[in-house]
Design a protein around this ligand. Sequence first.
Ligand code: ADP
Length: 271
Amino acid sequence: VENAIERLAMARELFGRNAALIRSEKALSEADRRKNEFIATLAHELRNPLAPIASGLQVLRLTTDAVAARAILTVMERQLSQVTRLIDDLLDISRITSGKVLLRPKRVLVDVSMEEAAEAALPLVRAANHTLTVILPQQPLWLEADPARLVQMIGNLLSNSAKYSENGSLITLSARAQDAEVIIEVTDTGLGIPEPMLSQVFDMFTQVNHTLERAQGGLGIGLALVRQLVEMHGGSIVAASAGAGFGSTFSIRLPMAPAPPNTSIGLPEGQ
Ligand code: ADP
């Protein structure tokens, strides 16, 4: 009997190991599939802006029309900045995941970062005929944050709203204080996000199947990057949407910082 029990235990262990092996093989092939898909999309996304740049160069070589040349240069600049942003995001992701990104935190006024991000998003907003409204907080709100990274987080949300909204939509950027936190919110009246995807959009390489999607390009890393940066600042980010077609709201919560000493903001001049 003892022998039989021993054999049974052995068989069980072998079976368990086999099942674990099959499971890890499955996980590996899933990771492999995602990686291959990512490489194909990446190649596509890098290749896409290059075609208009190449044909623009050809036309520039032949044209003597200064107005046409300027229009072509504008298109080329836009395509170039798209490739640059993509590569910067990729570099950022690899630096952040390997812990190589260092924040240079400073005491910053949230208004300043909001205005800077709005300014940077303007070309994209205007190109799609959207209206961007910035609602600044009623009182000065301070954060302890890396100013460039803060602008990057807000800017990323704004450009997503511009990308994932039908032409002529409304985008609102606002900030307010709640308890000891500053809430920075980007709301749009765009394509919206189905409920099951609301938390998944922050995962790397995750994209919602909007019909506009392929025309918009992208790799599904922007929001993963934003979440990492927000968390490095001790904050959190959530998405909300009333569903496909009903717009989206992204809310970043960051710990509020006290006003720096000797600040005269909010005080009458001379104090
Ligand atoms: P990318 O824009 O490069 O695809 P992101 O990580 O920035 O990658 O976004 C992931 C996905 O989340 C997008 O592909 C899109 O499907 C969805 N998404 C992001 N922002 C919005 C938004 N404001 N409205 C609707 N969908 C959005």
